[in-house]
Design a protein around this ligand. Structure first.
Ligand SMILES: [Zn+2]
Length: 353
């Protein structure tokens, strides 16, 4: 579309609705009190937030787990906030995995109830919510059944797992059946950190700055993804649809060191990989939670726009401008904007945009 054609379109839209911003390559229509609708190059785009959480009170009660953060239990304010931010669909997941250390039967009970209630919630508002279910990865045999049941019977679109499970890395061979099942089902596995309890125990993350979260969370994702690369898990399950939280932690920022490590110390690299570590970034997916245009630019440069989905961590108020960050990112073409706002997520979820 030519610039003049686009401006014409802008003008006609301005006449139809309250309108903001006709400059640049995208247009945004907004009416107060109504859903903010995102339009890119004249086309309405259904935006997806792949990193959004909720809690199911009936399931947390089974574990006597308490998390009182406002907005985690889905109520009418959830869609109102989504409307304000221009988010059409949230892929809801439950975090943390508060059941990981409980008795096997209780874990199974919690996950079953949680997945059923999550599916119910999504069924009530299918235009707004899809579900990434929970699994008891501490018991991989159960996790395999849960992900299959969740996807085939409950209509869930994947699962959230921690960055490690009770101190065991996701690359451990005991989890291979889970990766194999997720790959066969073609559903998304969202790796969401549970902090770094080992480091917290040392006391180094104490003090001001919420460092257990600020640093501990992206650090766990960095460790988890590094093991999946270096232990050959991504070679064994090349079609697994893995999404790393918080822009993959620190891994994409310093992936060059991962490439050099085995060249520098070949005797300490005993697993033969099919590709250079940096190339696996283009097999993984990452949310857009970088907070700066420069951070997002670098993430795109390292992993490719095709691997990035929008993420907010809603209802935790890390950002209310995830949509705008992508719309306003310099140097992107419209196809990439649409892919990051919408298409990549629908592909991960196995749905039509
Ligand atoms: Zn989160």
């Amino acid at each position: 579309m030519t610039l003049s054609r686009r401006n014409l379109l802008c003008q006609s839209m301005a006449a139809a609705v309250a309108f903001i911003g006709c400059s640049g390559r995208w247009a945004l229509a907004q009416e107060p009190q109504r859903r903010r609708e995102i339009v890119v190059n004249g086309k309405r785009v259904r935006t997806v937030d792949m990193h959004a959480h909720c809690h199911i009170p009936e399931a947390t009660a089974l574990a006597s787990y308490k998390e009182n953060f406002p907005g985690l239990v889905i109520g009418p304010e959830r869609t109102k906030e989504m409307d304000e931010q221009g988010i059409d669909v949230e892929a809801l997941s439950i975090n943390p995995n508060f059941w990981d250390k409980l008795d096997r039967d209780l874990q199974a009970q919690i996950v079953k109830l949680q997945n059923e209630k999550l599916a119910e919630l999504c069924t009530k508002e299918p235009e707004r919510f899809v579900g990434l279910g929970s699994v008891t990865l501490a018991h991989p045999d159960l996790a395999v059944e849960q992900v299959e049941y969740g996807v085939k019977r409950l209509g869930l679109r994947g699962a959230l797992v921690g960055g490690s499970v009770n101190g065991v890395e996701l690359s451990d061979r005991r989890f291979d059946p889970f990766w194999a099942k997720a790959e066969a089902l073609g559903v998304a596995v969202f790796i969401h950190p549970q902090g770094t309890p080992e480091l917290e125990a040392s006391g180094r993350l104490k003090g001001n700055g919420v460092l257990g979260n600020t640093i501990g969370n992206p650090l766990e994702t960095t460790i988890a993804l590094s093991h999946l690369i270096f232990e050959g898990t991504l070679d064994r399950y090349p079609e697994a649809k893995i999404l790393g939280a918080h822009a993959g932690g620190y891994l994409p920022s310093y992936i060059g060191r991962s490439d050099k490590a085995c060249e520098t110390f070949p005797q300490r690299c005993t697993v033969a990989l099919k590709r250079r570590p940096s190339e696996y970034l283009r097999q993984l997916h990452f949310d857009s939670m970088t907070f700066t245009a420069e951070g997002l630019r670098h993430l795109i440069a390292e992993v490719g726009a095709s691997q990035i989905v929008m993420g907010t961590d809603h209802p935790f108020p890390w950002t209310k401008t995830a949509v705008d960050a992508i719309l306003n990112q310099p140097g992107l073409n419209d196809d990439d904007r649409v892919a990051m706002l919408s298409g990549n997520a629908f592909r991960l979820l196995g749905m039509k945009a």
